[in-house]
Design a protein around this ligand. Structure first.
Ligand code: ADP
Ligand code: MG
Length: 770
């Protein structure tokens, strides 16, 4: 390294000295020059445009740009031996509102520095004293040349007036301008090296140079300069990510996998013949796509998305049977015990004699279906493990229990993951690792529609297929918001509707955000729910935890702060069931389902509900995914504002699965026109899952979306907005894929290779391993 030249990979302790370097590391997790330079200003002050002081809220840590109005020295009562003491009260203004700065020590110094009319930046935590907002002992940085100054030429004054001053997310210990100084020190000697973006791309999209962009995002000359910088640096993020993903896809495709081509007269064909319905055109098309993938000599990595009820399971079964026909095994990983059991039942039902290998009445070339969950008894488990091991079970269905070490397959050829959003990449990989060659085909299914850009980033290493139509004969779901607070009569009417449906022989769900019944800690209900699930049977805690874990993320992620209504606890299954039983739904057969029930009890309740022995199932979100009881036609969601948009959409997919129209009632006390209420109205207004998933995404931070699955990518995507930058991401994906397919190891693009490494750090290793 040349002396006096700073590179992006260099540690900050070396460039800025150990003290500043360590402080940046400790306070902001910034340890390299590149990381500091990606710590972008949150906004800018233009000198001359003072901070709007009326917007400050108590408790916020703020950095404000303001002009000193007056300085008052209030003597304090003398304390023997302490000398003269005073409190300095400085009033600053944005020319409209005022703010008090208070100092108890260093008074002479501040009195000298803070004279009327000077402009400075003041950082501290907003508090309130006698109804006036104040900063006590703020950090101060006076702007040079800002004081009325005889030497200030009009030109100089004009320049100062438009200078953009960066404001960084900072802390009291390390204020914004100290970060700005560190950035400046680094920028002064920075050598960014060669541009990682190919020249062609830079030209086509008229991108600023990299060094220029890095400088300008911190020290823009004017807003246009900054805009150009942001555009260029967004390209860096998108391009580097897409190049890394393209490498991953190519690496995966280069690894051999056992081809599992379809055969003429196997179980798959018989299964098709046995189907009581005709496949939709979409099912046929996606099915063919998958059949072709499975016949390839490299592993399939496919994401299948489709609305609830669009018939994904059938597609998965046909894929599994193709693999079984070809002599392999297929595993289906479900997120909850309830769902695994339901899959097991419906698959064995649909297969009929085809699933009864070696049993009386079994078809000649039948296969075995094994179920593996954490709550199984020892004997059943042993027998299932043996069937999996010998290959007698061609189809293996299970929960997290499938990932355990003892589970060994004879020849795992296909892994199907249902409802991907509940599993991380790690789990996907853990199951894949159970195949002898580590390369099974993988099919991931999700009913949460994924906006195109999320598919391209979070799931960027998967090919996607989408089922866009529902099978014929499906009835639409009508959804309504029931404003329980402002229109109590509507709630009564809701329960009457439930009674009417049940009077017609239908069934209903009532969904609540919390289980209740225990010593409620008064914490966030989602956490409560999950804690409860953790205790459900010691060896299967993993099971439902996955389910409610997501619920937790979803809820906290999707609910704008401040929505919490009053002090009331969210409604709980146990309380609501008791209330309904004693009142509005008295005389009906009520059942209860939540994660804290013993797994056998859960299964019993689900069977009873499926068999029509329960009229109303009062439940938590355990019923969110996949539960399929076509006779259930009404769903009432209590405290609906507690759930995320996508989650509500998932939930209501439980009704309207049969030929009778479904009805979903979203009960909420959120006041009219509140953001929470508007969110619910939006859910009620459309059945378009893609629209709703965009709405969901708009209300979450990108980090939540990315972070949930790909921890490493969270910190690397700073500027990209998955919705707003859809075009850019698409363009970057095309450009990056072209570069990578022409030169997979990027041998001719050392700067690009290095930049990927620098940006993704640890993740690059992960990419290499694949
Ligand atoms: P998803 O998993 O996509 O939510 P499922 O695969 O569970 O949907 O299908 C929902 C229901 O629709 C099931 O009862 C299934 O048997 C039925 N089904 C699937 N495909 C069709 C079809 N083409 N025609 C009629 N019913 C279908
Ligand atoms: Mg399903």
């Amino acid at each position: 390294m040349l002396p006096g030249v700073t590179t992006l990979g260099e540690p900050l302790t070396r460039v800025l000295g150990p003290k500043t370097g360590l402080a940046l590391e400790e306070l902001f997790h910034l340890s390299t020059v590149g990381q500091l330079l990606r710590y972008y200003p949150r906004r800018f002050y233009t000198r001359g445009e003072l901070t709007d002081l009326s917007s400050l809220r108590e408790g916020d840590h703020v950095t404000v740009l303001a002009r000193v109005v007056s300085v008052l020295d209030h003597p304090l009562p003398a304390v023997p031996g302490k000398g003269r003491r005073s409190r300095l009260e400085v009033i600053v203004t944005d020319d409209r509102a005022r703010l008090t700065l208070t100092f108890f020590s260093g008074v002479p110094r501040y009195r000298k520095m803070l004279r009327p009319d000077v402009v400075g930046m003041f950082a501290g935590t907003v508090s309130s004293y006698r109804n006036r907002r104040q900063l006590v002992h703020p950090e101060c940085e006076m702007l040079p040349g800002a004081a009325p100054n005889a030497d200030l030429t009009p030109e100089l004054a004009a320049e100062f007036a438009t200078e953009m001053i960066p404001v960084y997310p900072a802390s009291a210990k390390f204020p914004s301008w100290k970060i700005a100084k560190s950035v400046k020190t680094v920028l002064d000697t920075l050598d960014v090296g060669e541009d990682p973006l190919p020249a062609g791309v830079r030209e086509r999209y008229e991108l600023a140079g990299r060094a220029e962009a890095i400088r300008a995002i911190h020290r823009p000359l004017d807003p246009a300069d900054r805009k150009r910088a942001i555009y260029r640096l967004k390209w860096d993020e998108a391009f580097l990510l897409q190049a890394a993903l393209a490498q991953r896809r190519l690496a995966a495709a280069a690894m051999p996998a056992m081809p599992r081509p379809p055969i003429e007269d196997g179980i798959a064909g018989e299964f098709d013949a046995r189907l009581p319905f005709t496949l939709t055109a979409g099912q046929v098309a996606v099915g063919q796509c998958i059949a072709t993938d499975l016949a390839c000599a490299y592993p399939m990595h496919r994401l299948l998305q489709g609305e609830v009820g669009s018939g994904k399971t059938v597609i998965a079964i046909r894929a599994m049977l193709q693999v079984v026909d070809a002599g392999g095994q297929a595993a289906l990983l479900a997120p909850t015990e309830v769902l695994a059991q339901q899959h097991y039942r419906s698959i064995t039902d649909m297969l009929g004699p085809l699933a009864r290998r070696g049993q009386l009445g079994g078809a000649e070339h039948a296969t075995g279906v094994a179920l593996l969950t954490g709550s199984m008894g020892a004997a059943a488990r042993r027998s299932a493990l043996a069937d999996v091991f010998t290959g007698d079970a061609g189809i293996v269905i299970g929960t997290h229990a499938l990932l355990e070490e003892q589970v060994q397959f004879d020849d795992l050829g296909l892994v199907v993951i249902d409802e991907q959003h509940r599993f991380g990449v790690e789990q996907r990989d853990a199951l894949r690792a159970k195949a002898a060659d580590n390369r099974p085909h993988v099919l991931v299914m999700t009913a949460t529609p994924i906006p195109r850009t999320v598919a391209m980033t979070v799931y960027g290493d998967l090919e996607t297929s989408t089922l866009t139509e529902l099978p014929a004969g499906r009835s639409p779901i009508a959804s309504f918001v029931v404003p329980a607070a402002d229109k109590p009569r509507y709630l009564e009417r809701a329960w009457e509707r439930v009674r009417e449906e049940i009077g017609r022989g239908q069934q209903a769900y009532v969904v609540c955000p919390r289980i209740g019944g225990d010593a409620d800690p008064g914490e966030d209900q989602a956490g409560d729910d999950q804690a409860g699930d953790d205790q459900a049977g010691d060896d299967q805690a993993g099971d439902d935890q996955a389910g409610d874990d997501f619920g937790d993320v979803d809820m906290t992620g999707a609910i704008p702060r401040g929505v919490v209504l009053g002090r009331r606890q969210p409604l709980a299954v146990l309380d609501v069931a008791a209330t309904l039983d004693a009142g509005p739904l008295a005389g009906l057969r009520l059942g209860i389902l939540h994660g804290r029930l013993h797994p056998e009890e859960k299964d019993r309740v689900m069977r009873a509900f499926t068999a029509g022995e329960i009229d109303v199932l009062v439940a938590t979100t355990v019923i969110e995914v996949g539960v399929d009881v076509p006779n259930a036609t009404v769903m009432v969601v209590m405290d609906a504002e507690r759930f995320g948009v996508s989650q509500l959409h998932q939930l209501r997919g439980r009704v309207g699965r049969g030929t009778v129209a479904g009805l979903c009632l979203l009960v909420s006390e959120a006041p009219p026109a509140s953001p929470a209420r508007e969110r619910l109205e939006a859910v009620a207004a459309t059945l378009d899952g893609f629209k709703l998933s965009r709405l969901d995404l708009e209300q979450r931070r990108e980090g939540d979306v990315l972070g949930a699955t790909q921890a490493g990518r969270q910190s690397s995507l700073r500027l990209l907005r998955l919705l707003a930058d859809e075009n850019l991401i698409g363009q970057a994906r095309e450009e990056a894929s072209a570069v990578v397919s022409a030169d997979p190891p990027l041998a001719a693009h050392p700067a690009l290779r290095e930049a990927i490494e620098e940006l993704f750090g640890v993740q690059a290793e992960y990419l290499d391993k694949t």
